[in-house]
Design a binder for this molecule. Structure first.
Ligand SMILES: NC(=O)C1=CN([C@@H]2O[C@H](COP(=O)(O)OP(=O)(O)OC[C@H]3O[C@@H](n4cnc5c(N)ncnc54)[C@H](OP(=O)(O)O)[C@@H]3O)[C@@H](O)[C@H]2O)C=CC1
Ligand SMILES: O=CC(=O)O
Length: 293
């Protein structure tokens, strides 16, 4: 199967490499074109523009940072829209809001093309290992065509119906994840400031009912102050912001998520946006004081 791939950031690079490893023919494009070379070394071809990739490939996948990037790659000059049409499919796996996804879907359908949104749950390592959870919605025929690729990229794909449902599900999941990261950070800080060992707290958590892979993976590196980005904090804050907007639209009160968003915003304002989202711990540590005034 031949696919185009737009966006070679942390996730896109791992996903495109995975497709190549599994025998897919992949044509890649990235805004910073130099980043394509690593994929060329693995057997990829390069398209000079998103339009060139879509012209060449029947199916094109995108993995871009945020709504503005997702829209730009479709609607701007040399964008996807210039070459999409009958018999071609576009699959956007970026995390965006439902309105962005709907706008892209409408434009592509008007040109005769098919569209699926398919944001993913799972970070850098699951992307490398083909263990993502795919939250797809939109054109069911295109979804079925993409199953061989989804099977390589993920451990499970959900088809959630109409466009927007994949985006919304992803935002709900990441809203919970961001709030959990804040709760963990506060807990580590509270343990530390009240004379307990934060490492022992992690050991206790890992044996109980709230044990989870995220605490297990991120906890030890947080204690070392090591925040190599797997999921950049600026993207987690974008997801909190979009989830809160979804809450606004539906009159859902989300005080925990709102407080968590403030901590991520604060972290961004301190220049931590490109670090892993677990760097929010630095903000909550800083906010705690010594506790022994
Ligand atoms: N990292 C993670 O753990 C996960 C991330 N996600 C989501 O996946 C998406 C990608 O994340 P990730 O790979 O981590 O992000 P990165 O920041 O590593 O990569 C972002 C990509 O978007 C491109 N881009 C940004 N702005 C534009 C623009 N205006 N026009 C064209 N291309 C643009 C970048 O190009 P350039 O190289 O030129 O900057 C790069 O290819 C995000 O929506 C994120 O929320 C979902 C699940 C997990
Ligand atoms: O969006 C991030 C993730 O880990 O999932």
């Amino acid at each position: 199967m031949e696919v185009g791939f737009l966006g070679l950031g942390i996730m896109g690079k791992a996903m495109a490499a995975n497709l190549l490893r599994h025998g897919f023919r992949v044509t890649v494009w990235n805004r910073t074109l130099a980043k394509c070379q690593e994929l060329v070394a693995l057997g990829a071809a390069v398209g000079e523009t998103p339009a060139a990739v879509v012209a060449k490939c029947r199916y094109t996948i995108a993995m871009l940072s945020d709504p503005s990037a997702a829209l730009s790659v479709v609607f701007d000059k040399d964008g996807v829209l210039e070459q999409i049409g009958e018999g071609k499919g576009y699959v956007d796996m970026s995390t965006v809001d439902a309105a962005t996804s709907c706008k892209i879907s409408e434009a592509i359908k008007q040109k005769g093309g098919a569209f699926v949104e398919a944001p993913v749950s799972g970070s850098k390592k699951p992307a490398e290992d083909g263990q993502l959870v795919i939250l797809a919605a939109g054109d069911k025929v295109l979804y079925d065509d993409m199953v061989p690729a989804f099977d390589v990229l993920g451990k499970k794909s959900f088809f959630l119906g109409e466009i927007g449902n994949g985006a919304k599900m992803k935002l709900v999941v990441n809203m919970i994840m961001g709030s959990m990261m804040n709760a963990l950070s506060e807990g580590l800080s509270l343990a530390d400031n009240s004379g307990l060992s934060p490492q022992t707290l992690l050991d206790v958590l890992d044996l109980g009912a709230i044990a989870n892979p995220m605490f297990k993976l991120k906890g030890p590196s947080m204690l070392q102050g090591s925040y190599n980005p797997a999921f950049p904090l600026k993207h987690q804050q974008k997801d909190m912001r979009l989830a809160l907007a979804l809450g606004d639209e539906n009159a859902v009160s989300m005080p925990v998520a709102a407080a968590s968003n403030e901590a991520f915003k604060k972290a961004r304002s301190l220049g931590l946006g490109d670090l892993d989202f677990s760097a929010v711990y630095e903000v909550l540590k800083g906010a705690s004081g010594s506790g022994k005034a």
